[in-house]
Design a protein around this ligand. Structure first.
Ligand SMILES: Cc1ncc(COP(=O)(O)O)c(C=O)c1O
Length: 396
């Protein structure tokens, strides 16, 4: 990720918010949680739903493999994946669970991750470790972090002789850091440790070549930063491990290879997957490079501005070298000392009373907020957030 000067970028177009389904009276700073879908993409999904209901047997019964193959093609090109090496799933959680449920662990094996892990993934790993008599451990990666090398060194030094599987986030959820996955993957390969990358936020946010990460397994969402409809994600598996990996739902195509098994996981609404080409095209028409430049530059600027307005230290370098299109910032005193319940109430009040949607997180005993920066956001959105938060902090 190249660093950008700390000034806000020019918008790509004047009125992009109107092209999304989002309410115009809400300042939406949480693209990261569930994404947000453009109007034309939702209209395309509606068309698919109508087509599927008009010809259910023809489209789902006979042509689903062909339709899914067509939907996978532009995704494969976008992320440099061969069609036989990945399957579509509903969300990153499902992709990660497919891997965890497929693997066999022995007593003494260790499932390893970091303390930045997404909580749902933590629970999945704990569940599998408990059921199979293996152990679960988190490597503490302390913040503030100086640079990517420090993160990689901490994680590599945290591997043990018992580690069978390492799970790392490509972009962490609570701390919004881009982890340096390639050196970590190289160290895992050298030690015979399998690496599962949780890339929930990466497709569309980063210029991503999935196989080149060096991961054994890579799960990514398309309903976040690729702006596909909700329920659109993928799981990529390195060729040498594909025979052992199966979808969470085993169905007719069991044993027919990774791509075939993921095509049919029981009757389900395939419209989000079938709309994927339209979503990728919508974003490509805006220009992926321009989108990424804009979103990163806005993030670097908003991160620095919020740290200054809140008078707090950043979790990562202020030049933005560890940021993508999201940034986590500590809340100013006294808000940073709120309990989790009080922070939850504040988040609701930001939405209800101030029409600002932004997530608050507890991290290492202090309350933080995380801003997302998508092409429909403007610098004024973050100034308004800073004004409201500083006023709330002053009046507490
Ligand atoms: C790092 C990370 N992993 C996994 C997920 C889960 O994504 P989903 O709910 O789409 O499965 C998220 C969601 O925000 C996330 O941030």
């Amino acid at each position: 990720m190249t660093s950008a000067p700390i000034s806000s970028p020019a918008p790509l177009h004047a009125d992009l918010l109107a092209q999304w389904m989002l309410r115009e009276d809400v300042i939406f700073l949480n693209h990261g949680s569930f994404g947000a879908v453009p109007r034309t993409v939702l209209a395309e999904q509606d068309r698919w739903r109508h087509r599927l209901e008009a010809e259910p047997i023809e489209l789902l019964g006979r042509r689903q493999p062909e339709l899914i193959a067509a939907a996978k093609e532009p995704l494969g090109q976008f992320l440099h994946m061969r069609p036989q090496d990945f399957g579509l799933v509903t969300n990153a959680t499902e992709g990660i669970n497919a891997v965890l449920q497929s693997l066999r662990f022995s007593p003494g094996d260790e499932l390893l991750t970091t303390n930045h892990v997404y909580n749902a993934v933590r629970q999945s790993m704990r569940h599998i470790a408990t059921r199979q008599g293996a152990s679960y451990r988190e490597i503490p990666v302390a913040t503030p972090v100086e640079n990517g090398q420090r993160i990689a060194r901490t994680i590599i030094d945290g591997l043990s002789d018992r580690t069978r599987l390492l799970v790392i986030d490509h972009i962490t959820s609570p701390t919004a850091l881009v982890f340096p996955v390639e050196p970590i993957a190289a160290a895992c390969a050298a030690r015979g440790v399998e690496l599962l990358i949780d890339g929930a936020h990466a497709p569309g946010m980063l210029d991503l070549n999935v196989p080149a990460t060096g991961a054994t397994y890579y799960a990514g969402n398309l309903h976040k930063w690729a702006c596909a409809p909700k329920g659109c994600a993928f799981l990529w598996v390195a060729p040498h491990r594909q025979a052992d990996i199966h979808p969470c739902v085993i169905s007719h195509n069991y044993g027919q290879g990774l791509a075939a098994e993921f095509v049919w996981q029981g009757t389900r609404d395939a419209s989000a997957w079938l709309t994927l080409p339209a979503a990728l095209q919508f974003m490509a028409d805006l220009g992926w490079e321009r989108i990424r430049y804009h979103n990163h530059a806005l993030t670097v600027w908003a991160h620095a501005m919020l740290c200054e307005r809140f008078a707090v230290s950043p979790l990562s370098p202020i030049d933005g070298q560890l940021l993508g299109a999201t940034a986590t910032v500590r809340l100013p005193d006294p808000l940073t000392h709120l309990t989790d319940d009080q922070a939850k109430a504040l988040q609701q009040s930001l939405y209800t009373d101030h029409r600002i949607e932004v997530p608050l997180f507890g991290w290492q005993g202090a309350q933080h907020l995380r801003v997302s920066c998508q092409v429909y956001n403007r610098p004024a959105d973050y100034h308004r957030l800073a004004d409201v938060i500083t006023a709330v902090a002053r009046d507490l």
